[in-house]
Design a protein around this ligand. Structure first.
Ligand code: DC
Length: 229
Protein backbone atom coordinates (compact mmCIF):
# COMPACT_ATOMS: atom_id res chain seq x y z
CA UNK A 1 0.00 0.00 0.00
CA UNK A 2 1.18 3.51 -0.81
CA UNK A 3 0.56 6.39 1.60
CA UNK A 4 0.05 8.84 -1.21
CA UNK A 5 -1.43 8.19 -4.64
CA UNK A 6 0.13 7.90 -8.06
CA UNK A 7 -1.50 10.04 -10.75
CA UNK A 8 -0.81 9.33 -14.44
CA UNK A 9 -1.38 11.66 -17.38
CA UNK A 10 -0.96 10.32 -20.91
CA UNK A 11 -1.76 11.82 -24.26
CA UNK A 12 -0.34 13.06 -27.57
CA UNK A 13 2.13 15.94 -27.86
CA UNK A 14 0.71 19.39 -27.26
CA UNK A 15 -2.31 18.08 -25.33
CA UNK A 16 -1.20 20.13 -22.31
CA UNK A 17 0.33 17.36 -20.18
CA UNK A 18 3.38 19.36 -19.12
CA UNK A 19 1.66 22.58 -18.03
CA UNK A 20 -1.24 20.73 -16.46
CA UNK A 21 0.95 18.25 -14.57
CA UNK A 22 3.10 21.12 -13.25
CA UNK A 23 0.03 22.92 -11.95
CA UNK A 24 -1.49 19.75 -10.53
CA UNK A 25 1.81 18.96 -8.79
CA UNK A 26 1.73 22.38 -7.13
CA UNK A 27 -1.93 22.16 -6.14
CA UNK A 28 -1.70 18.66 -4.69
CA UNK A 29 1.94 18.71 -3.47
CA UNK A 30 3.04 15.95 -5.81
CA UNK A 31 6.45 15.28 -7.31
CA UNK A 32 6.28 15.50 -11.08
CA UNK A 33 7.97 12.96 -13.30
CA UNK A 34 8.20 13.93 -16.96
CA UNK A 35 8.81 10.57 -18.64
CA UNK A 36 9.04 12.20 -22.10
CA UNK A 37 12.08 14.15 -20.87
CA UNK A 38 13.75 10.81 -20.13
CA UNK A 39 13.27 9.57 -23.73
CA UNK A 40 14.47 12.97 -24.93
CA UNK A 41 17.61 12.66 -22.78
CA UNK A 42 18.20 9.21 -24.26
CA UNK A 43 17.97 10.63 -27.82
CA UNK A 44 20.39 13.42 -26.90
CA UNK A 45 22.85 11.08 -25.17
CA UNK A 46 22.78 8.79 -28.23
CA UNK A 47 23.50 11.69 -30.54
CA UNK A 48 26.46 12.74 -28.37
CA UNK A 49 27.76 9.15 -28.30
CA UNK A 50 27.31 8.66 -32.05
CA UNK A 51 24.71 5.90 -31.60
CA UNK A 52 22.04 5.89 -34.34
CA UNK A 53 18.44 6.28 -33.11
CA UNK A 54 17.62 3.08 -35.00
CA UNK A 55 20.04 0.85 -33.03
CA UNK A 56 17.80 -0.62 -30.29
CA UNK A 57 20.46 -2.89 -28.75
CA UNK A 58 23.07 -0.17 -28.28
CA UNK A 59 20.44 2.35 -27.16
CA UNK A 60 19.17 -0.12 -24.56
CA UNK A 61 22.67 -0.45 -23.10
CA UNK A 62 23.12 3.31 -23.16
CA UNK A 63 19.79 3.86 -21.34
CA UNK A 64 20.54 1.24 -18.69
CA UNK A 65 23.58 3.31 -17.70
CA UNK A 66 22.22 6.77 -18.35
CA UNK A 67 23.27 9.10 -15.54
CA UNK A 68 20.06 11.15 -15.34
CA UNK A 69 19.11 13.60 -12.62
CA UNK A 70 16.34 16.15 -12.18
CA UNK A 71 17.78 19.32 -10.66
CA UNK A 72 15.63 22.40 -10.13
CA UNK A 73 16.47 25.51 -12.17
CA UNK A 74 17.21 28.96 -10.75
CA UNK A 75 13.52 29.81 -10.45
CA UNK A 76 12.64 26.38 -9.12
CA UNK A 77 11.54 25.13 -12.55
CA UNK A 78 12.08 21.41 -13.17
CA UNK A 79 15.22 20.55 -15.13
CA UNK A 80 17.01 17.52 -16.55
CA UNK A 81 20.73 16.78 -16.32
CA UNK A 82 22.85 14.18 -18.11
CA UNK A 83 26.02 13.23 -16.26
CA UNK A 84 25.55 16.40 -14.21
CA UNK A 85 25.25 18.66 -17.27
CA UNK A 86 22.01 20.66 -17.50
CA UNK A 87 20.29 19.62 -20.75
CA UNK A 88 16.83 21.08 -20.02
CA UNK A 89 16.89 23.27 -23.15
CA UNK A 90 18.95 20.95 -25.36
CA UNK A 91 16.28 18.21 -25.13
CA UNK A 92 13.44 20.53 -26.23
CA UNK A 93 14.53 21.17 -29.83
CA UNK A 94 12.35 19.91 -32.73
CA UNK A 95 15.17 17.53 -33.73
CA UNK A 96 15.40 15.90 -30.30
CA UNK A 97 11.58 15.74 -30.12
CA UNK A 98 11.63 13.55 -33.22
CA UNK A 99 14.64 11.63 -31.88
CA UNK A 100 12.79 10.87 -28.64
CA UNK A 101 9.91 9.47 -30.64
CA UNK A 102 12.37 7.35 -32.68
CA UNK A 103 14.35 5.91 -29.75
CA UNK A 104 11.17 5.19 -27.78
CA UNK A 105 9.98 2.53 -30.26
CA UNK A 106 12.71 0.12 -29.10
CA UNK A 107 11.81 -2.53 -26.54
CA UNK A 108 15.27 -2.32 -24.90
CA UNK A 109 14.92 1.43 -24.42
CA UNK A 110 11.41 1.10 -22.98
CA UNK A 111 12.46 -1.61 -20.53
CA UNK A 112 15.31 0.50 -19.16
CA UNK A 113 13.15 3.62 -18.86
CA UNK A 114 10.09 1.92 -17.36
CA UNK A 115 12.24 0.24 -14.73
CA UNK A 116 13.74 3.61 -13.74
CA UNK A 117 10.31 5.30 -13.74
CA UNK A 118 8.89 2.62 -11.44
CA UNK A 119 11.78 3.05 -9.03
CA UNK A 120 11.28 6.81 -8.98
CA UNK A 121 7.51 6.67 -8.52
CA UNK A 122 6.65 3.53 -6.59
CA UNK A 123 6.40 5.23 -3.21
CA UNK A 124 3.58 7.44 -4.46
CA UNK A 125 2.92 11.16 -4.09
CA UNK A 126 3.81 11.54 -7.72
CA UNK A 127 2.27 12.64 -11.00
CA UNK A 128 3.75 11.06 -14.13
CA UNK A 129 3.20 12.37 -17.62
CA UNK A 130 3.93 10.53 -20.85
CA UNK A 131 2.46 8.05 -23.33
CA UNK A 132 2.31 4.81 -21.33
CA UNK A 133 2.36 5.88 -17.67
CA UNK A 134 -1.18 4.61 -17.00
CA UNK A 135 -1.06 1.59 -19.33
CA UNK A 136 2.41 0.17 -18.63
CA UNK A 137 4.40 2.02 -15.96
CA UNK A 138 1.71 2.15 -13.26
CA UNK A 139 -1.45 0.39 -14.45
CA UNK A 140 -2.50 0.29 -10.76
CA UNK A 141 -2.27 4.09 -10.34
CA UNK A 142 -4.94 5.60 -8.09
CA UNK A 143 -5.88 8.22 -10.70
CA UNK A 144 -5.40 8.13 -14.47
CA UNK A 145 -6.05 10.79 -17.06
CA UNK A 146 -5.85 10.97 -20.84
CA UNK A 147 -5.40 14.49 -22.19
CA UNK A 148 -6.19 15.26 -25.80
CA UNK A 149 -6.88 18.25 -28.04
CA UNK A 150 -7.58 18.98 -31.70
CA UNK A 151 -4.43 18.45 -33.79
CA UNK A 152 -4.34 22.05 -35.07
CA UNK A 153 -4.47 23.38 -31.50
CA UNK A 154 -1.75 20.99 -30.34
CA UNK A 155 0.46 22.06 -33.26
CA UNK A 156 -0.25 25.73 -32.49
CA UNK A 157 0.98 25.20 -28.91
CA UNK A 158 4.21 23.68 -30.23
CA UNK A 159 4.51 26.38 -32.87
CA UNK A 160 4.32 29.09 -30.21
CA UNK A 161 6.96 27.24 -28.20
CA UNK A 162 9.33 26.58 -31.08
CA UNK A 163 8.28 29.20 -33.55
CA UNK A 164 9.28 32.11 -31.35
CA UNK A 165 12.60 32.23 -33.17
CA UNK A 166 10.70 31.97 -36.46
CA UNK A 167 12.39 28.67 -37.15
CA UNK A 168 9.55 26.79 -38.83
CA UNK A 169 6.29 27.56 -40.59
CA UNK A 170 3.11 26.39 -38.84
CA UNK A 171 2.31 23.82 -41.56
CA UNK A 172 5.64 22.12 -40.97
CA UNK A 173 5.12 22.00 -37.20
CA UNK A 174 1.66 20.51 -37.78
CA UNK A 175 3.13 17.85 -40.10
CA UNK A 176 5.79 16.96 -37.50
CA UNK A 177 3.28 16.76 -34.67
CA UNK A 178 1.09 14.42 -36.74
CA UNK A 179 4.09 12.29 -37.77
CA UNK A 180 5.14 11.91 -34.15
CA UNK A 181 1.57 11.07 -33.05
CA UNK A 182 1.32 8.36 -35.69
CA UNK A 183 4.63 6.80 -34.67
CA UNK A 184 3.82 7.02 -30.94
CA UNK A 185 0.39 5.44 -31.32
CA UNK A 186 1.16 2.75 -33.89
CA UNK A 187 4.48 1.38 -32.57
CA UNK A 188 4.61 -2.24 -31.50
CA UNK A 189 5.73 -1.73 -27.88
CA UNK A 190 3.58 0.31 -25.47
CA UNK A 191 1.80 2.43 -28.08
CA UNK A 192 -0.02 5.54 -26.90
CA UNK A 193 -3.55 4.60 -25.91
CA UNK A 194 -5.98 5.46 -23.17
CA UNK A 195 -5.48 3.38 -20.03
CA UNK A 196 -8.32 1.33 -18.64
CA UNK A 197 -10.21 3.45 -16.14
CA UNK A 198 -8.62 6.71 -17.32
CA UNK A 199 -10.64 9.94 -17.45
CA UNK A 200 -10.58 11.56 -20.91
CA UNK A 201 -10.14 15.34 -20.95
CA UNK A 202 -10.24 17.39 -24.14
CA UNK A 203 -8.18 20.55 -23.56
CA UNK A 204 -8.88 22.13 -26.98
CA UNK A 205 -10.81 25.05 -25.46
CA UNK A 206 -9.67 24.81 -21.83
CA UNK A 207 -7.21 27.01 -19.97
CA UNK A 208 -4.63 25.29 -17.77
CA UNK A 209 -6.65 26.15 -14.65
CA UNK A 210 -9.85 24.80 -16.20
CA UNK A 211 -8.15 21.55 -17.17
CA UNK A 212 -6.74 21.11 -13.65
CA UNK A 213 -10.16 21.85 -12.11
CA UNK A 214 -11.70 19.24 -14.40
CA UNK A 215 -9.10 16.72 -13.24
CA UNK A 216 -9.64 17.51 -9.58
CA UNK A 217 -13.41 17.14 -10.07
CA UNK A 218 -12.85 13.72 -11.62
CA UNK A 219 -10.43 12.31 -9.05
CA UNK A 220 -11.45 8.91 -7.74
CA UNK A 221 -12.30 9.04 -3.98
CA UNK A 222 -9.26 6.98 -2.97
CA UNK A 223 -6.88 9.38 -4.70
CA UNK A 224 -8.69 12.44 -3.32
CA UNK A 225 -8.21 11.24 0.26
CA UNK A 226 -4.54 10.45 -0.28
CA UNK A 227 -4.00 13.93 -1.68
CA UNK A 228 -5.68 15.57 1.28
CA UNK A 229 -8.11 17.45 -1.02
O1 DC B 1 6.02 14.08 -23.99
P1 DC B 1 7.20 14.39 -24.92
O2 DC B 1 6.80 15.16 -26.15
O3 DC B 1 8.30 15.07 -24.18
O4 DC B 1 7.75 12.96 -25.39
C1 DC B 1 8.78 12.82 -26.33
C2 DC B 1 8.69 11.46 -27.01
O5 DC B 1 9.02 10.44 -26.06
C3 DC B 1 7.32 11.09 -27.54
O6 DC B 1 7.17 11.47 -28.88
C4 DC B 1 7.25 9.59 -27.37
C5 DC B 1 8.22 9.28 -26.26
N1 DC B 1 7.56 8.92 -25.01
C6 DC B 1 7.21 7.60 -24.83
O7 DC B 1 7.37 6.80 -25.73
N2 DC B 1 6.68 7.18 -23.65
C7 DC B 1 6.48 8.05 -22.66
N3 DC B 1 5.95 7.62 -21.50
C8 DC B 1 6.81 9.41 -22.82
C9 DC B 1 7.34 9.83 -24.03
Amino acid sequence: MRDRPIVTIDGPSGAGKTTVSRRLAERASLTRLDTGAMYRACALAARKAGIPWSDGARLGRLCAELDLSFPKGEKGEPGVALRGEDVSDAIRTPEISMGASEVSVHKQVREAMVSLQRKLGERGGVVLEGRDTGTVVFPDAEAKFFLDAAAAVRAKRRFLEWGAGGRKPFEEVLREVLRRDIRDSTREHSPLRMAEGAVYIDTTTLTVEEAVEEMLRNLPDGARKGLGL
